[in-house]
Design a binder for this molecule. Sequence first.
Ligand code: 5GP
Length: 182
Amino acid sequence: MTLKYDIGKVLFSQEKIASRVTELAAQIAKDLAPGRELLVVGILNGAVFFLTDLVRSMPRDLDVRIDFMSVSSYGNETSSSGVVRILRDLGSDIEGLDVLLVEDIIDTGLTLSYLLEFLQTRRPASLKTCVLLDKNVRRMVPVAVDYCGFAIPDAFVVGYGLDYAGKWRHLPDIHDVEISKA
Ligand code: 5GP
């Protein structure tokens, strides 16, 4: 039996996302010690949309820099393989810096927990996490999420950077995916 995957209903509209991103940016800026530089690290490709909106909502006088990492994730599947591989490392050293790791979604927690351990060995002054979506019912390993946009139930979601087999990242809203028999 072949299954057909279609864009489903809107779970979070672009307006709702924008307003939550503004709140998160304000909170992150407030929590940063005065005069400190913040290095915001995005996980490619999914977190790009979220990261760029997040940093643009931060106060203009904040010393914010960005960098990216790329890790192997699901491929074309909709469930985690549990294997994390670094495909692209950071461009510069993070020792002594306040680092904020930005991810589109946390599901089992395997990706973030691996990355936190990996980055911690480089001795940043602080290492925090910010996720747009948290599917906490599916967590397999505990991960401290410092900033979270929205908690969501166990559904596969697309849009605003999140893809299914490389598709639908460009959608401005976040949708669930409808699966039917082809
Ligand atoms: P975890 O390691 O926490 O299980 O999964 C994290 C990664 O899985 C995310 O960065 C994302 O790439 C992918 N992922 C988990 N749930 C979803 C989902 O509902 N939609 C999409 N598009 N990706 C997901």
